[in-house]
Design a protein around this ligand. Structure first.
Ligand code: LM2
Ligand code: CA
Length: 482
């Protein structure tokens, strides 16, 4: 369950948060496929409660009403069409699976597929679930429980969301049928929402009943779904990430926290020389990594002081480090703009989502940020593909926050987070030639729109990253020789 099964030569997943299925299909064909992206995490595809009382917040999608594929993102047919079109261009789909709970109690009770529920009775007829399918008697997870009481973390309600009992055969069957339906439609794996709040033993039963990936969609025979379990473990809790790594991959929240700190200047970059398990991060093969996610970019979940698109300069640098470094399976966030932490995605007054528009410079409009279309970010996805399975060599630092390293003989990157210029002749490990910096520009015909780097026969080149340059890094690789 730890292999994302990307198409050959690809890496890097992007979370297209709250995108519509039709728009994702188009994005696969016009952007993600051609640019070498590996996959997409999509928003939960199953029916959720409509919450007008909060003006359709983004978080209504974390309140399931049924497993029918009917949401603001689209219906089952649009979903199937998206998966097929994306797989056709080599881009995999990963589903955010909400299997810990159903909705909270509200005085609205209509779902995005038109189904209703009776919250007082714990009745969700469109699944169907009834009282016996939930943990009972009701209890609510209190902050204190995280320190002491795993059984309360697993069996009580997270934010008042009705807590399913995955120990029962009926619940297991409903969840497995839902997930297998998606696998048969061609998805490559799942984010397991709120995994910390479910028993590892129950999850194992569920995972082991999942189908192999669909060979008609280009997966090798016998391939198991990629599963990354959302466990927020910043240390010191009764439930630990280590209970979940024997099952499948786990989200590593320390990753974005530490890199945010470093690129905000709270830690010198030279300390990143041993980035990885020596920082108390998970083993690389167990680890799904990101700078920000849909929760912590708006102060939900845990972490605090996480870089997002709102602090673009250090954010792009942290992303570049993530993509340049071989540790973990990286995931990019692609956001809609927000001021208010509850605000949902761009929508019209009927509540329908508004599609992103695409500007001539490849960026998005209509309220969508599309970090995955920022040059400094998408060109680092290509960098990672070129670097492939190489390890780090020729680490250099100035004893402070100027660092550089090579990825085999494939790629080279330098960062300057000091308040003075970086001006050094450094070993790039690349064959002699002229290369275009993929951060300050791109290759255009036989020249570069940004900085050009000339590598000599000894592999060395003069590298310059001014303290006041637009971006704090410079990156070159064998795919962009000029
Ligand atoms: C997750 N991971 O474990 C998601 O990443 C996170 O986004 C979800 O919370 C959470 N678990 C449940 O799937 C979000 C949001 C919460 C929101 C829930 C449910 O962060 O604020 O809770 O979705 O929509 C909301 C209200 C809360 C209310 C609850 C129940 O904010 O005040 O609690 O609904 O109705 C009474
Ligand atoms: Ca639970």
């Amino acid at each position: 369950y730890k292999n994302p099964h990307y198409a050959p030569g690809r890496s890097t997943m992007v979370h297209l948060f709250e995108w519509k299925w039709d728009d994702i299909a188009a994005e696969c064909e016009r952007w993600l496929g051609p640019r070498g992206f590996g996959g997409i995490q999509i928003s939960p595809p199953n029916e959720n409660l409509i919450i007008w009382q909060h003006n359709r917040p983004w978080w209504e999608r974390y309140q399931p009403m049924s497993y029918q594929l009917s949401t603001r993102s689209g219906n089952a047919q649009q979903f199937a069409n998206m998966v097929r079109r994306c797989n056709n261009v080599g881009v995999r789909i990963y589903v955010d699976a909400i299997i810990n709970h159903m909705t909270g109690t509200w005085n609205e009770n209509v779902g995005t597929g038109g189904n209703t529920a009776n919250f007082g009775q714990f009745s969700y007829p469109a699944v169907p679930y009834g009282r016996n399918d939930f943990n009972w008697p009701e209890c609510y997870i209190q902050p204190h429980d995280y320190g002491c009481c795993p059984e309360r973390v697993r069996n009580c309600q997270l934010s008042g969301l009705k807590d399913l009992n995955q120990g029962t055969e009926h619940v297991r069957r409903m969840i497995v049928d839902f997930m297998n339906g998606l696998i048969d439609m061609g998805v490559a794996g799942f984010r397991i929402d709120a995994a910390k709040h479910m028993w590892p033993g129950d999850l194992r039963v569920i995972y082991d009943r999942l189908h192999n990936l669909n060979t008609a969609h280009g997966f090798p025979s016998g391939a198991r779904p990629y599963i990354y379990q959302e466990v927020i473990d910043l240390g010191g809790e009764a439930v630990s990430r280590d209970e979940y790594t024997p099952l499948a991959a786990v989200t590593e929240f320390k990753f974005g926290m530490e890199l945010s700190r470093a690129f905000l200047g709270g830690n010198q970059l030279r300390w990143l020389a041993n980035w990885g398990p020596q920082w108390n991060l998970l083993a690389s093969a167990d680890s799904l990594v990101f700078i920000d996610n849909h929760d912590n970019q708006r102060g939900h979940g845990a972490g605090g002081n996480i870089l997002t698109y709102k602090q673009a300069r250090p954010y792009k640098a942290a992303i570049a480090f993530m993509l340049a470094h071989p540790y973990g399976e990286p995931q990019l966030m692609s956001s809609f703009g927000f001021q208010n932490t509850e605000a949902g995605p761009p929508m019209d007054n009927r509540g329908d989502l508004i599609s992103p528009s695409i500007n001539s410079d490849n960026t998005c409009g209509n309220g969508w940020i599309c970090e995955h279309r920022w040059r400094q970010i998408y060109q680092m996805v290509a960098f990672r593909n070129v670097a492939g399975s190489t390890t780090i060599n020729d680490w250099w630092d100035n004893g402070s926050s100027q660092i550089a390293f090579c990825r085999g003989g494939q790629a080279f990157i330098a960062f300057n987070n000091d308040s003075w210029d970086l001006n050094q002749t450094l070993q790039t490990c690349l064959p002699a030639g002229r290369y275009c910096d993929v951060i300050s520009g791109f290759k255009s015909g036989n020249s570069c729109t940004g900085k050009t780097v000339t590598v000599g026969n000894d592999g060395r080149a003069h590298i310059s990253v001014g303290a006041n340059d637009y971006d704090m890094m410079l990156a070159i690789h064998r795919g962009d020789q000029s």
